[in-house]
Design a protein around this ligand. Structure first.
Ligand code: FPP
Length: 258
């Protein structure tokens, strides 16, 4: 993980806490980072300060996931519904994404993070789009953690887009409808070659999926914590991973008879 993203004074990688079983870590963690606004309000601060603090929580989480050997981290940074927020907040968030990318890209690249932005990126400001293109290209061959930032992302529109892309291939004779199976369908999603998340973490206590990764979360374990996103730290991530390791995953089957 980027030394620029380091949260420890020594900048040394964080060892896996002994309570965790290294062989049963989730390969892919998804996060709905909620509660930035409430965190700010509790402190009498403007909402945007919550987002700023949320970036620090994101850096901590990415660093820890990378150090602890989790293969992919996918976060919900901006939903298709978030455009309805006050104009100044939307502008602040777009500028924040740009600044963070500019500031952190070199360190992320050095630490072998592969970064992708998932969603309908056409609607994003041009400056942000070109930073995203640059970050995606520069880190595409990196061998470290996959860091996916869902931006102008909506699960339903992702599914509609996949259906439309398949329909276009059928219409021009390149695809037999009988050949459309789950694998063929998921190849048209933004997540493409990524494994499905094993664990979804949602902060701030809301018990909703909120149009996030509707297809990909089919068998994910859910961990909902009342912690507000800016307060999400090592202890909170450890709690989520311990919760995950305490679950019995059955994928619709029955418990195996040992
Ligand atoms: C939800 O809290 C948070 C967001 C909509 C924005 C999350 C964005 C970041 C943490 C910055 C990420 C930066 C990069 C570069 C990926 P909320 O505003 O809905 O909080 P509330 O529910 O308390 O109002």
């Amino acid at each position: 993980m980027s030394r620029a993203l380091a949260t420890t004074p020594s900048n040394s990688p964080q060892l896996l806490p002994p309570q965790l079983d290294a062989t049963r870590l989730p390969r892919h963690v998804a996060v709905i980072m909620d509660g930035n606004g409430r965190w700010a309000r509790q402190r009498g601060l403007p909402r945007v300060m919550g987002h700023r603090s949320g970036v620090e929580a994101l850096k901590r989480t990415l660093r820890l996931c990378s150090d602890w050997g989790i293969g992919a981290l996918t976060v919900y940074a901006f939903s298709t519904e978030n455009w309805t927020r006050p104009g100044e907040e939307v502008t602040f968030l777009m500028t924040l994404f740009e600044r963070v990318l500019e500031r952190e890209l070199e360190g992320l690249n050095r630490e072998q993070v592969r970064i992708r932005f998932l969603g309908d990126l056409d609607r994003l400001p041009d400056g942000l789009r070109s930073l995203i293109d640059d970050a995606t290209q520069r880190t595409a061959a990196n061998t470290g953690i996959h860091f996916n930032v869902c931006t102008n992302y909506g699960g339903r529109s992702e599914l509609v887009r996949a259906a439309r892309r398949l329909a276009e291939q059928v219409a021009c004779g390149d695809l037999d409808p009988a050949a459309i199976d789950e694998g063929r369908f998921s190849a048209e999603l933004f997540t493409q070659d990524e494994l499905d998340p094993d664990l979804l973490i949602r902060t701030s206590g809301e018990q909703r999926i909120s149009n996030f990764l509707l297809w990909q979360l089919a068998y994910a374990e859910l961990h909902i914590t009342s912690t507000l996103w800016p307060d999400f730290d090592q202890e909170a991530l450890l709690g989520a991973l311990l919760d995950y390791q305490g679950r019995q995953r059955r994928f619709g089957s029955v418990e195996s008879q040992a």
